[in-house]
Design a protein around this ligand. Structure first.
Ligand code: SAH
Ligand code: SF4
Ligand code: F3S
Length: 444
């Protein structure tokens, strides 16, 4: 039965881990205001959509969902509907949404989400609709409450914004310029997490390698990693995302010599053609990327490398695309996120002539996925019979008799174990690869 004493909120998040973390902060603020989370939007007093605009399909989903909840607002005129996040930060998007979906109560961008409680109070005091988008990022706001999804692993943002302006990408326009959190604030947050029993942190930033710019006293990403690696009780440190142009040897050495630093680097390549990389404004060539991969593999022999690849960037020829396929085969990624190029209004690439037709894009995409999958499946198969360390996150999604967790290098493992193991590190012998995940038995 519904707890009548407490009001409830429903929150849905699209996009990257950074958005996930923002949603955890919104949840934290609501929890402090005595709201309870519900997973059923029909039951909610507040519905929040925290949006992404990195590709067009992310936006379509938001429009679809807004259309679907119109009826709920009609049934319950007191329902508060909030749309926040990157999509709203785009030029004239808030106005467009307010026009198409006038029943939305609150539209806020990425820079002012921390004011959530204030906006909510205004709405509860009778304001019908608030639109507030800040054009510019402000100072970093520390100390916000945060209600994390997991009690085992946590996201910790170390820097906000992006200065890179890859020509396809909307992120710098909606997340503002780079600014880094102070190392002591990051350390304190992680120490508090460890005290609560967390075992793993993932440090977040659009380009963590440029962490520290502008901070006094000066500090770079490798130095931050080494400091965090000393935190007692912290078992695993991961980070994302690492821009290849800025990944230093010092960071690679820190991982190679580190304790909790995990042997996994997410190193988005985007394309295997130097010509296209130049048009993307990525500031590295295919050869430089491959040299970097070589150094990483030499220094961290059991490293897992993952990547992001865009197919069908304007002007991509069959030869360019074949170079991407060749690069994927050479690097042998442990996993890869593959995307169809999506035109983002306001970015330079949106204006490029030679946009690739949808059919060609899809056809290349299928070919790429086939090559990626063959490698991923082959690599996972090589784990059969091996023993791996798994951080147990919870019950398996498909079979609640099993537990699920991840290896240090990010592989998903399902295994037979005890519920008491949740939150612990256990050794698991891999019995069988299931293609994209591993199946095993706990070693007692
Ligand atoms: N800061 C990270 C990634 C942020 S966005 C980095 O630099 O790697 C995540 C991924 O979305 C990107 O790596 C890119 O592969 C993809 N992406 C960004 N804009 C895109 C677009 N317009 N069309 C298709 N994919 C895009
Ligand atoms: Fe986008 Fe490039 Fe910045 Fe990544 S580094 S967020 S791809 S502009
Ligand atoms: Fe999307 Fe914003 Fe992340 S556009 S990918 S949610 S930074």
């Amino acid at each position: 039965m519904k707890d009548k004493l407490k009001q409830t909120y429903f929150i849905e998040t699209w996009g990257c881990q950074m958005n996930e973390e923002d949603s955890e902060k919104i949840s934290g603020m609501l929890k402090n205001m005595n709201y309870k989370r519900t997973l059923d939007r029909e039951d909610a007093d507040i519905i929040i959509f925290n949006t992404c605009c990195v590709r067009e399909n992310a936006e379509q989903k938001v429009f679809g969902n807004l259309g679907a909840i119109k009826a709920l607002k009609r049934k319950n005129p007191n329902l508060i509907i909030v749309v926040s996040g990157c999509m709203i930060q785009q030029e004239s998007m808030a106005e467009e949404i307010a026009k198409k979906f006038p029943f939305v109560s609150l539209l806020i961008g990425t820079h002012n989400a921390y004011k959530f409680p204030e906006y909510l109070n205004r709405l509860k005091n009778g304001e019908k609709q608030i639109i507030d988008i800040w054009k510019q990022e402000g100072e970093i706001v520390e100390g916000l409450p945060i209600d994390r999804k997991s009690s085992v692993k946590a996201f910790v943002t170390i820097m906000y914004g992006c200065n890179n302006f890859c020509t396809y990408c909307i992120v710098p326009y909606v997340r503002g310029r780079e600014r880094s959190r102070k190392p002591e604030d990051i350390e304190n947050e992680i120490k508090e997490l460890v005290a609560k029993g967390y075992k793993e942190v993932t440090l977040l930033g659009q380009n963590v390698n440029s962490y520290g710019k502008g901070l006094e006293p000066s500090i770079n990403f490798a130095e931050l990693l080494k400091r965090i690696d000393k935190i007692e009780g912290l078992e695993r440190i991961k980070f994302m995302t690492s821009h290849p142009k800025d990944l230093s040897e010092e960071v690679i050495d820190a991982i190679a010599n580190g304790r909790a630093l995990c042997e996994h680097i997410h190193l988005p390549v985007q394309s295997g053609s130097s010509r296209i990389l130049k048009k993307m404004n990525r500031h590295y060539s295919k050869e430089q990327y491959l040299d970097l991969v070589k150094m990483i593999k030499e220094k961290i022999p059991n490293v897992a490398l993952t990547t992001d690849i865009i197919v069908g960037f304007p002007g991509e020829t069959e030869e360019d695309f074949n170079e991407t396929l060749e690069l994927v085969k050479e690097v042998e990624y442990d996993s890869a996120f593959t995307f169809l190029y999506s035109i983002r209004k306001g970015t330079p690439a949106a204006e490029y002539e030679e946009q690739i037709d949808e059919k060609t894009k899809h056809e290349r995409f299928e070919r790429l996925v086939e090559v990626v999958n063959e490698i991923v499946i082959r690599k996972n198969k090589s784990f059969e019979g091996k023993t791996v360390e798994v951080l147990v996150e919870g019950l398996s999604k498909n079979n609640e008799e099993n537990l699920m967790g991840r290896t240090r290098d990010g592989r998903l493992v399902n295994f037979k174990g005890d519920k008491e193991d949740i939150g612990k590190l256990v050794n698991v012998k891999i019995v069988r690869s299931q293609g994209f995940s591993l199946l095993g038995d706990k070693i007692i």
